[in-house]
Design a protein around this ligand. Sequence first.
Ligand SMILES: *Cc1c(COP(=O)(O)O)cnc(C)c1O
Length: 405
Amino acid sequence: MKNNKEEKNSSSFSTMSIWAGEDSKDFWQRSTQAPVVHSVAFGYQDLDEWYEIAIHQKPGHIYSRNTNPTVAIFEEKLRLLEGAEAATSFSTGMAAISNTLFAHLSPGERVVSVKDTYGGTNEIFLNFFPRFKIDATLCDTTDHEAIEKEVAKGCKVLYLESPTNPTLKVVDLERLAKAGHKAGAIVVVDNTFATPINTNPLQLGADLVIHSGTKFLGGHADALAGVVCGSKKLVEPIFRYREITGATLHPMSAYLMIRGMKTLALRIQQQNENALTIARFLKSHPFVQDVYYPGLETHKNHEIAKKQMRGFGGVLSFILDSDFDAVRTFLPRLQYAHVAANLGSVETVAGPPRTTSHVEVTPEQRAAMGIPESLIRYSVGIEDVNMLIEDLTQALDYTSKQHKK
Ligand SMILES: *Cc1c(COP(=O)(O)O)cnc(C)c1O
């Protein structure tokens, strides 16, 4: 698999994931691992030094709501992995998304986006924007012409996400970034599902890239985090806004991100491979009606995925050839999957959109969005793939006997 722009090999990603931001000369008592600096405030030789740090003439920290040494290491890793000039972090992925949008938008301005964004993002568009008189037009996610048409009418932000949740649609980031820039828009991409290992949106023309660190970056489902990367000019106002909203990443969570990211490249490589193998297996199973995974040749956006993804990611979804009762039977039968709401972890996690990403919408609305009731989202971990396939096989066989149509 290749990326059309600046080829990065996986060895540079693994090296960066481990070493970026870590200058152990500066670590307390020469520890080799990043210290978790819980200190709220920092001291200075004199008031002149304090002042120089305050006006950013000298590197250093003042107050941990604004910047913190442990948090800065996490930001530096993402900055380098995404090839960005600047990065700033947040307490959660949703904090990264909301702070980015509200830092750059004013009443009367307009956002163009797609229907399949993350549930929380969609909530901002539909329920919060109207109160601030910000207009959001949500297009059919894979109708590139429709998106281009709406963008050409003028917008401040073009907001994209790829692959999407839970049906794994892939949008052509390079093509849409061009359309966005023609209209003078800031092009924002939520890259959570792809991770920087599989896609670098900035190299495809995007202006800002966002991650929920909670998912693949941390990778162990034990810490919440968010981050945005891009040019200094665009990241600076977001940082200023976050200093004031106070949606700061906690140093302990930053440490868990740093620790988790040491294996990011390895994990993603394994998850890419496992997911592709499992998607192919599921595709051939008689009790599975359909499988959504961008790595399958039959996936509607496979050509776009091949163009902009080095690997196709660790998340897939599939439809049981039955109804929601079959999902009730199937999920508890899985031995090697948490039935839970998260994704991107080292362990496999499965769940239906009905209780996770699309819990707020009715079955009819889900159907209209192309999400049948018997769809299961399956976030593949780094377990032995043959054991996962055996596990899926026994659960599918059992369920099909109980629920054959
Ligand atoms: C989980 C997720 C988010 C939100 O992240 P949190 O850390 O839970 O706030 C945003 N975008 C995508 C694509 C996600 O999967």
